[in-house]
Design a protein around this ligand. Sequence first.
Ligand code: URA
Length: 242
Amino acid sequence: MELIRLQKYIAESGITSRRKAEELIREGRVKVSGEIIREMGVKINPDTDEVEVDGHIIRQETKKYYIMLNKPAGYITTTSDDFNRPTVMELTEDVHARIYPVGRLDYDTQGLLLLSNDGDFANAIMHPKGNLKKTYIASVKGLITVSAIKRLRSGIDIGDYVTKPAEVELISGTERESSVKIIIGEGKKRQVRRMLDAVGFPVLRLKRVAIGGVTLGNLPEGKWRHLKPSEIELLARQKKGK
Ligand code: URA
């Protein structure tokens, strides 16, 4: 068996990305065969060395999983919750690998969420540089106005940030409720909700329907499926701006 860099081995165990693995090493949380390793670049032999992170032995997970989940509202996008709320991990228990969410959706937002055990993939997708466009369908209270749509399109102050121009399209509208499609390249906390609050049309329901060219399609709510190889490639390509 060939020697492998410690941070790569940790990332391939699925617990975190390679960059975070370097932090763990620096913080003295990683042991190789019983000895704390703090320096970078150490190589290990996966057949004979035992690697521990925070006292837990980790192993390389060679099979990579790339999952899309149709998250229902009322689930939190973390692996555990201090308030005991349901987590998206409960909906993907039958994926027998240590996957974790790639990015996040609010507790009350539904729709397309990616999960993976490929730390480098997760890190690349989440990195703010060259952000992938995300498409949302928002149901808002009342009949949204043309001027509100124009303000959303040109960028709007959401308190601590002015959003970049967004693609915004009215899908349907009545006096009671309107449905709008919003495509943004950024991912500030509760961004779509705050954008719509800022123009006076609070969100009633919010659903993410696409990340880059990968769409939720008709995946039933609460269900997951594997991404197709072509979808994984598409995300990687779009992320690089190709
Ligand atoms: N914008 C929001 O307001 N919430 C989300 O979950 C995602 C984008």
